[in-house]
Design a protein around this ligand. Sequence first.
Ligand code: ATP
Length: 365
Amino acid sequence: MGHVALRELTKTFEKDGNEIVAVSDLGIEIEDGEFLVLVGPSGCGKSTTLRCIAGLERTTDGEIWIGDGEVTDEKPKNRDIAMVFQNYALYPHMTARENMSFGLKMTTNLSSGEIDERVDDAAEMMGIEELLEKTPGELSGGQQQRVALGRAIVRDPAVFLMDEPLSNLDAKLRASMRTELQDLQQKLDVTTVYVTHDQTEAMTMGDRIAILNAGELCQIGSPLECYHYPDSRFVASFIGSPSMNFIDGKIEHADEGATIRTSAFEYALGEETVDRITDPVTDVVLGIRPEDIRVATGADDGIRADVSVTEPVGERTYVYLDIGDVSCTASIPGDSTYEPGETIEIVIPEDRIHLFDRDTDEAIL
Ligand code: ATP
């Protein structure tokens, strides 16, 4: 059983007489067999959370459960976990086979025949049968990471804990290893907690993602839930690339519907949209994703915008726009071309907008 529960987990550090709250009151339930990604900007507490689950850090407060047992004060070796690090952490003087079997030799009573069998199975799974007699110095970064993953697999743990395991690999290898890791996780059906600061990695790999900021959990949900229904401006800006556009405005209500007045344009809201607003604040931030902006020359409801820069990235082109004193980005199909200096019209579809309370940053639509 690889169910993992973090209950009111808090971890503080003491540095130069100051208390640093790395993780604050974190509550997360991770299902057996789930692939959960912890994501957030540098310093948000991802690694500390993972290290607490592993038992490499003592928690300051709260509880950690793995399966049916509380492990808050257990030693790492009693937690039935296997950890994979960014820097592989292989023993340099040992061959790949020795690296993969070392943990089993130390912590189990398996015979050397049984250990060899497990190593051979894991090596086959990772496609590294030919590398087993080589030392880490003779292997590429990608091959070392395969050995490190193989070493985790042979342990047959209840939980895999992975801390940015792909971040030392080049972009192409990272993309292919992502898919491979996901396939592997599904095949093995082992609960996995995976730390990354890369939102693309989080979006593509996780069954669910937990977005952290400043030690706190901002939102947890499926990647698409977090993309379509961000709870806060922070989550909205962190998930999605290029980032969501945010435009300050004030709502003025009328008999039917309402108008958002920004410094550059007015945006009419229909009654149905107004009914869905959860908090009747006046100062709002209008959010629209670059890929939701339509360019529609001659549209009745278009907003005039000046093209400042275009950035073709292949399938899409990013168009940087000035609408009066408001800057925003549109992501349009790569085959459409606009020139810097050109004036175009854009449409912001009402069913695609987000609204945030400007004071609290919480989503109100
Ligand atoms: P990154 O992506 O940069 O690794 P992170 O989200 O994993 O960041 P953590 O490494 O968990 O963040 O750090 C969270 C906070 O705790 C940071 O402010 C960090 O400086 C602090 N911190 C982490 N470990 C220690 C430590 N051993 N002593 C003091 N402060 C620490």
